[in-house]
Write a protein that binds this ligand. Sequence first.
Ligand code: 0O2
Length: 251
Amino acid sequence: METMQQNNHNQLKELKIELVRFMMSYKFALDEMNTKINILKQEFQYIHDYNPIEHVKSRVKSPESIVKKVDTKGYQLSLDSIRENVRDIAGIRITCSFLSDIYKLSEMIQNQKDIKVIECKDYIKNPKLNGYRSLHLIVQIPVFMSDREDHIFVEIQIRTIAMDFWASLEHKIYYKYNKEVPVQMKTELKEAAESATLLDMKMEKLHQKMKKLKETDGFEENNSDFQRLLSGTKQLSLPNDFLAASLHLIN
Ligand code: 0O2
């Protein structure tokens, strides 16, 4: 009797360790992705004097949500099956300033050698019927642990502030409403999504116009800054002035 109890206790202990390891690997994958995104953000700020990322949110799906998804999709309830089929356990949402930033950022992420792109769903070029827009990437990244290397799926959603505003509120409006949503409401939500699209397009146009203006003005401004640096009337401060000065010397 005592040996049986001991066996059960050991099995439970092993199961607990396995579950903790399973969930931890997703947390580590998110830590790695967050570091990568942070590096891109900082480097972009220094080199281009511009930050395309407004904010980043990440989460590990709760065990309850994982089990719910396994149930609704009809997957087998085992760790191997969950690992293979539920690819959004680790999720990152990046909100960008402008439409063009989304594709720039997606390209920079996809070009990283240790990131394997599994799937790319472009709900911006092909919005969902309800009006939902966002760029979704499913990637796999290696996580190195004490005794093994795991390749973990991460879902990355990249969108603009307007897309995020719409999606967050749409989610709130539908949240916990299990009955059919009235057609009129669906139409109005779709119209709201179209307004968000127009706003994104307008802001993108303004962004491009301003970029061109800065390029023309920038040369003269930087040049006079550089002249002041050479004549010693402008002090160098780290790191932007050093970068500006080095870039002028290279050019
Ligand atoms: P949560 O709580 O955000 O994680 P999948 O269900 O992922 O196996 P699917 O449906 O092809 O397969 O995935 P898709 O289309 O890539 O969408 C996955 C996620 O995108 C959703 O996760 C939402 O976060 C978001 N999303 C997709 N469609 C909509 C939409 O119409 N409105 C809003 N607000 N968000 C959407 P989850 O798991 O549904 O939820």
